[in-house]
Write a protein that binds this ligand. Structure first.
Ligand code: 57R
Ligand code: CO
Length: 403
């Protein structure tokens, strides 16, 4: 097969992305990626994301300001970690697009995606690895679904699937998401969240007001409608789901970016990293928790509670060593490596751990994050990008030729 840069040599089998080229072949990567991204850029800088100016007249001075430019030079190590993680994400995304066909088993998609993520990032315990479990939520399920072992769900022609995954280096997490569908009728639903996310990202910058970004997102989202089986539905933002700031080893860094207009006057600040994600729905535009839980996370400010049960103590030690405060899922605990080969070798598998896990949840050390669902019969879509507010400009780290 000949690989021409810029012309897709592989077309996506689904409708959620603009198309993609195996652009990374120009960096020396194999068509099916196999080389850790760090090895592709020895002695060279990692590719940059998309740069945009900070919006607002009051920010115009930044692009040329000597002091702001000097600060940016001083931060290059941080930007290199983020850019490397973002390049891993783009390559994992390209690999994933090819797997998303009707008939694919979701647990296989997630396992292959995660194994590729581990390989390309060069998994090394908590220093570099997966950022959080791979979401592959279907239809009315908006977020926080990944299969537990024994779940044989297969993606079908009629499904709308949100792939949401993370990569981290030195605790710096890149978080991105896109939606997969196979039927043309879903295009407006996908476009609504793709364009709303892009509008939210464009409106974001130093001193942007969070509640106003929500207004921009809402306006774009609500300009869409969709006809499904003869009925026209307005497309709504899911008003209780939000984008979020990202801090080191903390996927939810403390600030939330609403996707509807709110009175929140909190502002974005220089240096912050944000993930803007928008969710479009044909349902009520409001989620609640439902179904079996797969996602868990140790609380960033977990209290130090003396544990009575040996099994709980041992599981907590395993979580501390393997994941720290990064989210994890049940599938990972049940791998031979318990979630990390560098930390546990092939002797990390947790067995009969569910009681201990529930005990850690009851003690307030670990939080359970069950799937978040809109009403049954509805469809939801999601797109998400991670960006950093650098002193002179913002950089949309996760931007690729796919979305
Ligand atoms: O993107 C425990 C995870 N994230 C995995 C990923 O915020 C994340 O609006 C968090 O595993 C935890 C939100 N929640 C309301 C119910 C308050 C969500 C939006 C979805 C998601 C998964 C997310 C959120 N916050 N951080 C990443
Ligand atoms: Co996110």
């Amino acid at each position: 097969m000949k690989h021409t840069i810029g012309i897709p040599s592989v077309l996506p089998p689904h409708r959620g992305v603009k198309g993609y080229a195996d652009y990374y072949v120009k960096y020396g990567q194999t068509p099916v990626p196999s080389i850790p991204v760090s090895e592709l850029f020895v002695g060279k800088p990692f590719p940059e994301g998309e740069h945009q100016d900070h919006p607002g007249d009051y920010n115009v001075f930044r692009t040329t300001d000597v002091e702001k430019r000097a600060m940016e030079m001083a931060n290059s190590d941080l930007y290199e970690s983020l850019r490397e993680a973002a390049e891993v994400q783009r390559q994992v995304r390209h690999y994933t697009h090819q797997m998303m066909k009707p008939g694919a088993k979701l647990i296989d998609v997630c396992t292959k995606l995660e194994d590729m993520n581990r390989k390309l990032v060069g998994e090394d315990g908590k220093l570099r690895g997966i950022g959080f479990p791979t979401g592959c939520s279907l239809n009315h399920v908006a977020a926080h679904y990944t299969p537990n072992n024994g779940d044989d769900t297969i993606i079908t022609e009629n499904d709308v699937c949100k792939i949401d995954f993370g990569t981290q280096i030195n605790g710096r997490i890149i978080d991105c998401a896109f939606t997969v569908a196979f039927q043309e009728k879903y295009d407006p639903l996908l476009e609504a969240s793709r364009e709303a996310t892009n509008a939210g990202v464009r409106a974001a910058g130093i001193d942007s007001v969070l509640g106003e970004i929500g207004g921009v997102i809402q306006e774009v989202m609500e300009s869409y409608e969709i006809e499904l089986d003869g009925k026209v539905y307005p497309i709504k933002p899911i008003r209780n789901l939000m984008g979020h700031s990202i801090a080191p080893y903390n996927i939810h860094g403390g600030k939330s970016v609403p996707i509807v207009k709110t009175p929140d006057r909190t502002r974005m600040e220089e240096g912050e990293v944000f993930a803007i994600e928008t969710f479009a729905s044909t349902g009520r535009g409001y989620i609640e928790e439902d179904m079996e839980c797969s996602h868990y996370m140790k609380d960033f400010d977990a209290p130090h509670v003396p544990l009575r049960l040996t099994r709980s103590k041992e599981l907590l030690r395993h979580i501390d060593n393997t994941f720290g405060t990064l989210p994890f899922c049940r599938r990972w605990l049940e791998r031979p490596d318990g979630g990390s080969a560098t930390v546990n070798g092939q002797n990390g598998k947790q067995t009969r751990y569910l009681g201990a896990l529930n005990n850690l949840v009851d003690c307030g050390i670990v939080t359970a994050h069950p799937p978040l669902v809109d009403i049954k019969g509805s469809y939801t879509s999601q797109y998400e990008h991670t960006f950093i507010l650098k002193p002179t400009r913002k950089e949309i780290l996760s931007r690729g030729d796919d979305f």
